[in-house]
Design a protein around this ligand. Sequence first.
Ligand code: NAD
Length: 206
Amino acid sequence: MNQPVPSIQRLPIYLRFLKGIRNNGDVYVSCTRIAEEFGQLSVQVRKDLGITGIVGRPKIGYQIEELITAIEHFLGWDKKTDAFLVGVGNLGTAVLNYPGFVEHGLNILAAFDNDPKKKDLKFPHCKVYDLDQLEEIGKREKAEIGILAVPAGAAQEIAERLVKIGVRGIWNYTPRKLDLPSKIICEDVKLSASFAVLSRRLINEQ
Ligand code: NAD
């Protein structure tokens, strides 16, 4: 990837802030204002925003609406991206219920679980199917992303099945390192790893 990952990771935070000030009636914003909000250097903010292709105007800054459009277009959040989710437990349920992902264009077409008690559960945008229906539904409806929220032991097998039905990217919430064809884009989510770093830093600074 050409663009630096930390810059990409900061864009959603800027986006949320920009939508907030836009909704309050602001029209222009400077890098300095964004930088102050997030305790960053203005030069870093300019660099981050620059990856979207947008350039601010001296003394004026950016037109907020244009900036929002540029960030959403850069992230592909201005269009719908279809997904399947497998594993409707604590994490899977949180993802299915979180409206923020819908706002970012994530369109979960169907969720799957192997627990018969979960079958037919309804979520705001989709329902839960038995895992056995994955291939049948995958043939009918095409998804670009597979979201994995199953126990680690099941992750590799489910990921392979998702790849077989055509997903190009795996959003892997499980701790299992997946072994998939190199053309498959895999992004691991590490909430616990992040919490471990926070906890250790709190101990270090006691
Ligand atoms: P959970 O036990 O609440 O939910 C797992 C769900 O997967 C259950 O509904 C279960 O019925 C279903 N399931 C089990 N085997 C399956 C299979 N073969 N096919 C389809 N569905 C199956 O677990 P959780 O707390 O939601 O955690 C889910 C995963 O996320 C685990 O791998 C866990 O280690 C991981 N996790 C990741 C982070 C993170 O930082 N990314 C944090 C906590 C947990």
